[in-house]
Structures are given as structure tokens and as C-alpha cells.
Design a protein around this ligand. Sequence first.
Ligand SMILES: Cc1ncc(C[n+]2csc(CCOP(=O)(O)OP(=O)(O)O)c2C)c(N)n1
Ligand SMILES: [Mg+2]
Length: 552
Amino acid sequence: MKTYEVVASAINAQDSEHCFALLGDGNMHFAGALAHLGMGFTYARHEHCAVSMAMAYARVTGKTGLATVTCGPGLTQIMTGLCAAVRARIPLVVFVGESPVAAHWYNQDIDQAPFVTACGAEYVRIIHKPRMARQIQDAFARTRLTGIPVVVGMPFDIQESAWGDVPTDVAAAQDFIPDAGRIHPDPVAVTAMAELIAAAERPVLIGGRGAVAANAATACVALAEHIGAPLLTTLPARGLFYQSPFSLNVTGGFASDTAREACIETDLVIAVGTSLASHAADSGRLYPKAKILHIDTTPRIYSQGRVAAHHHLCADAHIGVEAVYDALVAQASRRADTSWRDSLVTKQAAADYPDMMPFELAPNVIDPRPLIKALDNLLPKDWFMVNASGHCSYFAAHMVGRSVEDFLTIREFGAIGNGLSYALGVAAARPDQQVVLIDGDGGLLMHAQELETARRHGIKLLIIVLNDRAYGSEIHKLRVDEHDEDGAAFGPTDIASIADGFGFDGRSFTSLNGLDDAFAAFVASDRGALWDFQISDQVVSPVMRRLTASKK
Ligand SMILES: Cc1ncc(C[n+]2csc(CCOP(=O)(O)OP(=O)(O)O)c2C)c(N)n1
Ligand SMILES: [Mg+2]
């Protein structure tokens, strides 16, 4: 046996069931051996994309993401992905190899660890065979427990050496990580929280990804109904309350006009299973009159530069919410006044779009708001939606009646260019589900080479491009700054033809005409499709309007 084969079997024993790869000297024999062991593989065209795919796969499956790229230039390509995974606390292992220890000189040699640690990830170097299996199992255990990605380096001449008769004891990290159980709340804190809630006039309940993970939706809905609170989610948890008639969709910078009104007027926010990120409070602009109650396994007082919560209940989201509900029922203090919530829900239902600001449109471009509404009506509710980034992601966030189980956005590092990779990672995780990507022209073109990966692997994606022919996030700021738009406004690019060249059915739209035909053709075909919508560059999202107004 060669050493790389034993390494492959040690990794194959872990919980990852799919590897995202781009080969080179540092990893190609290892990757081949891993594939022979039955690991599923997606072979990307750029290392950053391989890591991004693994991130999406990990988010959707709950397993550890696995990627492999080569040492040196392979590693330096993944720094953005590593930073994004660190920020999003995604368990991830990346096997990168390392330059040969026995070589006097090797052109791709760099000191890899500082690159990795600079991203906030961990670097593990394997050079001693008897420790190999243990180092790998520890890497998988640590990343699962901490959410910090681990990069594994191993000189490729050691990988190529004969394994010999070194004893190995390959164990799977998931088999020895004990189940610590769920955290139950302190009854005194529950009573105090119930009293605060009972005294509130206009409470709202916000669910985050912690509430998703704890399966707390039903408990949150019951609590909210009991106290007459509208329901909101953070952006990554969008769709957690999609079945509730009292949902106002997302909070934070992307909140609708009505959701924003609720957040401005509320006197008490029950924030469940959320890290209270700055975006979820629109950088501190929301909840000016409210006390924030935080129910979470990691209660936060301070988050991203601001005091984020005033009262805390340390508990599993599900158990904590149920305990507070039970305490309120036991207190039987008063019947909920639902009039405020009901007026908000009625207002939200009556609004055509989440933001009703009028804009002048040039000819032959589309307002993204009716476009998203039309797409929301057209596309089946059980198709998986990937929301990428850029200015356009505000519009795409406002699809309704879709479960959080079928939605992914990873934006904690604010990097563009990952949407296609995230969609491919989801497709590997959900091979039987239709995956839809909504991205901007700039984000898509940054890594358009992965269209080839989709076609080669036979993945039938539907890609929707909100094409403003620009880096929208930049032009809207540059216009307010009264700077010219060079470098941010590009003029037309025929993205539909580019997609055609990659084997997709590319279609370009300057109006909503032809959507039904495109949909019928997509359903009937076994090819992926890219619909390139020419949208207005004059329709500015409310979050951008607030940002630019604050600069004036
Ligand atoms: C990797 C990276 N490079 C640059 C940026 C700066 N940036 C933020 S949004 C954006 C524009 C994205 O353009 P597009 O995908 O067309 O979306 P739009 O904003 O036009 O809707 C850019 C360049 C970034 N966030 N990440
Ligand atoms: Mg754009």
C-alpha cells in the first residue's frame, strides 16, 4: 500500500460523503485513491470554487465539507473560500498536500500554515505516519465542534512512499464525539423572561439558523401566536416560518417596508437561535425602542461591535422557547392583543412588492421587483433556491412560501462570485431536487468557468441572472459620491450566449414575456438553462438607499 491510499481510507471513514476537488501534484494520487474507495467527487475548474461547493454541501447536509486542492498555488487560490467558511462557521476539511520534504528546491513551495491561519482556519501538517490517522480524525472532530475549517498538509513524497507495516487505527470522528445533549434553561431565567414578555405591548419574534438547527419553528410559532407577535427570520433562516400566516419574512437590512415598520415600532424582540449579527439589525438601525431577549445556547451581549441583547436565556432554541411558552401559559396574565400584528400582516399582504418606491425605467429593462414576483409564482415551491450576493440579492430574498430547508445563502464574508459554486454544492447534496441559482452578472462572470463543471457532471441547474450590466453595489454608491462609473458599469454582455457555449439553454429577456415558454422548455429538457434578465440599473434597493443616504 502507498501512504496516500491509507490517508484516503482514513478520510473515507469520516462523515463526509462527497469531495470537491481540483488536482495537482500535492493531491492527485490521494484523490484518485479516495474516489476508488467510493467517495463521490465533483471536479471543479477553480480551487476557490471547490471549497465553496464543499461549504454549501456542508450547510445543506449537516456533514463536514470536504475538498482537496494541490499545494502551493492550489492553496493560495482558496484563501477567500477559507475566510468565508471561517466567518460562516462551516465545518470543513481541505486536503492540500505539501511540497516534498526531500527536495532541495521545489517551485511551488511556500510556507502554507501562515496563509491558512491568516484566514482564521487551522493548519495540520502530517509528516509522521503513525500519527496520521489520529491527526485526521482529530481534524474532523475539531472542525465539527468549533466550526473552524482545518487544512491538512502532507508532503507529497511522503504520500507516495510505501506505507510499510505501520499500525493504523482509523476511527471516525463522528463515532467518538459524545452527544452532549440539549441545554435546558434555568427556571429562574425563564420566569424573568416570561414576565418581560407578558409586559410587552408590541413583541416580535425573530428566528435564526440556531432555531432551524434546533427544529424550533413550531414552538416559535406557538409562542408568537400566544403573545400576538409577528414572526421574522434572519436572512440565512429565511422560510423558517413560511407556513405561518403571521410571518413578515426577513428582518435586517433586507426587511420589507412592513417588516421594517414592525422592527421600528416593537418594544420587545425575542431573538431565537441567532448570532445577532449586525446585518440582522440593519447595522443598529432597527429596534430603536426595543429590549432584545436572546434565547440561544451561546447568549450574546455584544455582537459585531454593538450591544446586541439585553436579556438572555441560555438554552437550546426549541426547549427554551417551549419553557417560556409554558411559563406564560401558567402565568395566564392576559390575552394577547393581536391588533398590531394583524394590521402589519394585512399591510404586508396588500403591498404588491416589499418595497414600493417608484423609479423611472429606461426602455427594454425590467424592474427586478415584479420580475422576482413573477418568478416566485412560476417556479415550484419545492425547488431549491440559492441566493448569491450583490445588490440584486435583496430582490431575490423576497420570495415567499418557500421553506428554509430549500434555501441557501452564505454571505458572512461578503464575497461575490460564489453563487454558482454554492449551487453546485447543493446539487451534490440534493441530487434529486431542482436547484435554482439567482445571481448578479458580476458574481456569475467572476467564476463562469464552473458552468462547464455543471455540464460535465450532468447537473441541470436553472440559473437566473439579474443583469444590470454593472457591479450594482458599486454604481449606486459611486453615483451618490458623484464619481464616474468606470470599472463598475460594463455595458451589455451576452451572458445567454456564453451559457449556450457551455451547453446550457441560454435565454435573454428584456421583459417578462416568454417566461412561461422558457419554463416549459426547461422542464422538458435535460439541459441546464440560464435566463439572463436585463434589469434596470435605476431601481435601488432600500438597503442601498439607506446606506447612500447616510453618506450624504
Ligand atoms: C470577491 C469580491 N470582490 C469584490 C467585491 C465588491 N463587490 C461587492 S458587490 C459587487 C458587485 C456584484 O455585481 P453583481 O453580481 O452583478 O451584482 P449587483 O450588485 O450588480 O446586483 C462587487 C464587485 C466583493 N464583495 N467580493
Ligand atoms: Mg450586476
